[in-house]
Design a protein around this ligand. Structure first.
Ligand code: KIV
Length: 271
């Protein structure tokens, strides 16, 4: 692994410049200090403290149960592990949908208590007031359209979104509106690659895709999925770079054997 000695911090402006010169943005999730440190040393551009922590870290079926306090705990750990990457935190379900004042209060708590650099929110025109109010406090906002997991009970499924004309048209309009409201970047989740490419071309802010094809300005995956720590979940867009579920399982089995057989600790592993 190459260690990046010279630290030029990634900012929202850096991401904008990357889009202008056609350099792709690499984003991955982290929820803890150790993972953030490894990602940051590897040279990741953006670390997302996603509300996917609700599934990956806490074992919930959806992203809905995770609380603002829990997100702040994860966010603080990630910030302490990052020197270079831009750290973006998801505003969790229920912390911003009520009204723009609630959204601002939640965003301020995240920034103050975790030291993060930006927040991410799901939704289009319906979050206009909240995006604008959060921006008045100087907090950068990343948008999120397409499959928005906080609305899973409205959609009813995790299928590809915006395959039909009406929904695709609305998504294009919402992307443009989010840019107008002042979002610095946009995540597009699980939509047709042709539509995602059209969105990325039609707006000047960076568009980061997950299951949205190669024609966007960057990619994001859930780190535990791309490392193969999770194994029940295999959507088409997921490239697994390791099979940690298996290799960790093998290591744990070996440890258990070694303890039970008194092979561990050896003479050299004791005082
Ligand atoms: O919560 C999350 O991890 C996300 C990514 C999948 C974009 O929102």
């Amino acid at each position: 692994m190459s260690v990046h000695k010279e630290i030029k911090k990634v900012t929202t402006n850096v991401l904008h410049e990357m889009k202008l010169r056609g350099e792709k943005i690499a984003m991955l999730t982290a929820y803890d200090y150790t993972m953030a440190k490894i990602l940051d040393s590897a040279g990741i551009d953006v670390i997302l403290v996603g509300d996917s922590a609700s599934n990956v870290m806490a074992g919930h079926e959806t992203t809905l149960p995770i609380t603002l306090d829990q997100m702040i705990y994860h966010a603080g750990s990630v910030v302490r592990g990052s020197k270079r990457a831009l750290v973006v935190i998801d505003l969790p379900f229920g912390s911003y949908q009520g009204n723009s004042k609630e959204a601002l209060t939640s965003a301020i708590r995240i920034m103050k208590e975790s030291g993060a650099h930006a927040v991410k929110m799901e939704g289009g025109r319906e979050i206009k007031d909240s995006v604008e109010r959060i921006l008045t406090a100087g907090i950068p906002v990343m948008g999120h359209l397409g499959l928005t997991p906080q609305s899973i009970y409205k959609f009813g499924t995790y299928e590809v979104r915006a395959k039909k004309g009406d929904e695709a048209e609305r998504l294009l309009e919402d992307a443009s509106l989010l840019e107008q409201y002042g979002c610095f970047a946009l995540v597009l989740e699980k939509i047709p690659a042709t539509l995602a490419k059209e969105v990325a071309k039609s707006i000047s802010i960076p568009v980061i895709g997950i299951g949205a094809g190669v024609g966007v300005d960057g990619q994001v995956l859930v780190t535990h999925d791309m490392l193969g720590m999770t194994h029940e979940f295999s959507p088409r867009f997921l490239r697994r770079y390791l099979n940690l579920y298996e290799s960790m399982g093998t290591a744990f089995e070996q440890y258990i054997k070694d303890v039970k057989s008194c092979d561990f600790p050896s003479d050299k592993e004791q005082y």
